[in-house]
Write a protein that binds this ligand. Structure first.
Ligand SMILES: [Zn+2]
Length: 179
């Protein structure tokens, strides 16, 4: 889908190098949405001041946003939940990030207040400190299930990466696996 395709559906017209169409994100009486093809992507700008994200959502809702760009946008923005993995003294070693649509990735602090979207060298069990102290520990698949058990007063942990990850050699022998 090109700028011309989108403009055609929004009763737009050519305007120099751009296309000008009625903005779907506000009550547009004069065409105020600029559309331009750049490197196979469509750039949008509403001259009436609509937030770009709102414009894209409005286009998307009408089926007027290229699938490839839509997917890229979701990957970047849709963090559904984050789970801190800490060491013995409570320092965050890494985070497991759950995205929407459902996906997971790991990131770790770079020491300057930013995240590096890569697996940390040292992998530990979720809620390691509690695991080390508790007489009975439940091992579940995924942070969400661990949180559910914790909410009921149990000590629960999981392997980062869930069932597909290799079981950590440091896992205490007393852990029982709950399926
Ligand atoms: Zn607008």
């Amino acid at each position: 889908m090109t700028a011309a395709d989108i403009a055609a559906r929004l009763h737009g017209r050519k305007s120099g190098a751009d296309w000008l169409a009625y903005c779907p994100a506000h009550m547009d009486k004069n065409p105020s949405l600029s559309l331009r093809d750049v490197d196979g992507k469509v750039l949008v700008h509403c001259h009436a001041g609509c937030d770009q994200r709102r414009v894209i959502e409005a286009l998307d809702a009408r089926g007027l946003w290229p699938e490839r760009q839509r997917v890229q946008r979701v990957d970047r923005s849709a963090v559904a939940a984050t789970y801190d993995y800490r060491d013995e003294v409570g320092q965050v070693l890494f985070q497991v990030v759950r995205t929407e649509p459902k996906g997971f990735f790991q990131r770790h602090p770079d020491g300057q207040g930013n995240w590096i979207n890569k697996k940390a060298k040292r992998q530990v069990l979720y809620h390691l400190r509690e695991v080390l102290e508790a007489p009975i520990v439940f091992v579940v698949e995924g942070e969400k299930d661990a949180e559910t058990l914790r909410a009921q007063g149990f000590v629960a942990t999981t392997n980062a990466g869930g069932a597909s990850a290799a079981w950590l050699p440091s896992t205490p022998q007393r852990c029982g696996v709950v399926r």
